[in-house]
Design a protein around this ligand. Structure first.
Ligand code: RFL
Length: 395
């Protein structure tokens, strides 16, 4: 088949891009490695930045989020048995939305398909050719062993960090920047209401613990652990006991225990590729950069890239002018790096071992963490800077 823009990947980046192009009458198709049921149930992110909420609303993609999402304006840090409430929304007059990623994907897919959009599910892209010629070609396979060839003017590589698109770019034409923090997180999904409606970051001497409400019945928890830790080290009993210990503060903490439905170990690392484009191939979202989940930014960056790429493609198909396509990386990367800087700051705030695993340094870092929390509570300008990055304002 032939189209103007072929989109690889039906995650948040690929679907927002598909809808924005569809809205402007640009012909596009999406190819996706997994089945529809799989992508619609993949629970990952949950925190949507203020400017992404505005973007989804502006284009009419926010019905589900507006009905079922929950606005958040305060987060809570815990350290040394004390709570530090940060009313970040008040500092910048803006709020986050908590609405799980799988629901966003469901909403976007439903909208795109109901408007006539085509998604080839269970069709992994296996080969990309013709990037240097007039038309590029993506070859996909399917479970029936049939082959689908998609010929197009441009390819949007929205296929995540493990996808094919980034690896189709010659390594001599790009530079990869990466950082490993030497820290692991056990990411847990539990079918329980959270004990508080706020996002909680607990800085404990046994390691970080996080409590992030997702819906009234589902909570995401995080526990710091060694990188590459084995899941077999984490029985449900041990998880609840560590959460109880690390989240404890003076007062009324009541951790509600219940079924744990998912657990996985994430290694804290960040990667950025520059530029985010090669000839007819443009990367968006996790395909171009990944970020530690500390500041809850990955999905937000992915949607922001999709918006920039959609504008560039729409401009090109209307006018034949390639200027915005040439500018794509230059427009996206400053935001990506500002977000990486914030995430790096957050990681040092909530971990005492982000720079070194030596215990004497840990004590020093711990004092710095305490000062940072006090300044967040007491110094308006410091808190405002945090709030701007955390809630995600236009930068
Ligand atoms: P996705 O969502 O990975 O989608 C890529 C899609 O491409 C498909 N694909 C292919 N399709 C065809 N052919 C191939 N060869 C293909 N290879 C791959 C995949 O099947 C998939 O459907 O990338 P996208 O769109 O760039 O979106 C990125 C976000 O998903 C990611 O950054 C976030 O989930 C990160 N993240 C968070 N981000 C936030 O903004 N806020 C959060 O609160 C937040 N929490 C999280 C997170 C990520 C987590 N994990 C599991 C890493 C919490 C966790 C636990």
């Amino acid at each position: 088949i032939s189209t103007q823009a072929a989109i690889v990947g039906a995650g948040p980046a690929g679907l927002v891009l598909a809808l924005l192009l569809q809205k402007e009458g640009i012909d596009c198709v999406v190819v996706e490695r997994q089945s529809r049921a799989y992508v619609e149930s993949r629970a990952r992110a949950g925190l949507i930045e203020h400017q992404i909420v505005e973007l989804l609303r502006k284009h009419g993609f926010s019905e589900g989020m507006d009905l079922n999402g929950v606005p958040h304006t305060t987060c809570e840090f815990r350290h040394g048995g004390r709570r530090y409430m940060i009313p970040y929304g008040d500092h910048v007059h803006a709020s986050h939305f908590v609405y799980p990623q799988q629901f966003i994907v469901q909403d976007l897919l439903q909208l795109f398909i109901s408007r006539g959009g085509i998604v080839f599910f269970s069709h992994p892209a296996v080969k990309i050719e013709g990037l240097e010629s007039d038309r590029a070609v993506i070859t996909c396979t399917s479970s029936e062993n049939s082959v689908l060839k998609v010929e197009c003017d441009f390819i949007a590589g929205c296929d995540g960090f493990q996808g094919l698109c980034r690896s189709s770019i010659p390594s001599t034409d790009t530079k990869i920047f990466s950082k490993q923090y030497g820290i692991g997180w056990l990411a847990i999904l539990a079918e329980v209401p959270s004990s508080t409606k706020k996002l909680v970051y607990a800085l404990h001497k046994s390691g970080f613990a996080g409590q992030m409400p997702r819906t009234s019945q589902i909570t995401r928890y995080y526990l710091e652990c060694p990188p590459n830790d084995q899941l077999s080290n984490w029985s449900d009993d041990r998880i609840w006991s560590e959460l109880g210990k690390r989240l404890a503060v003076d007062g009324d903490e009541n951790l509600i225990q219940g079924p744990i439905v998912e657990k996985r170990v994430l290694n804290m690392r960040s990667v950025v590729m520059e530029p985010m484009q090669y000839k007819r191939l443009f990367l968006a979202g996790d395909a171009a950069h990944i970020i530690t989940p500390v500041g809850a930014k990955g999905m937000n960056l992915a949607i922001s890239d999709a918006d920039v790429l959609a504008n560039a493609l729409i401009h090109y198909f209307r006018s034949g002018d390639e200027v915005l396509l040439r500018e794509y990386s230059h427009v996206c990367l400053p935001r990506v790096w500002k977000t990486q800087e914030f995430s790096d700051w957050m990681i040092r705030l909530i971990h005492s071992n982000a720079d070194s695993d030596q215990n004497k340094d840990k004590d020093f870092s711990d004092r710095l963490r305490q000062v940072r929390l006090e300044r967040l509570q007491q110094t308006d300008t410091y808190a405002k800077l945090f709030a701007e990055s955390y809630v995600g304002l236009k930068q």
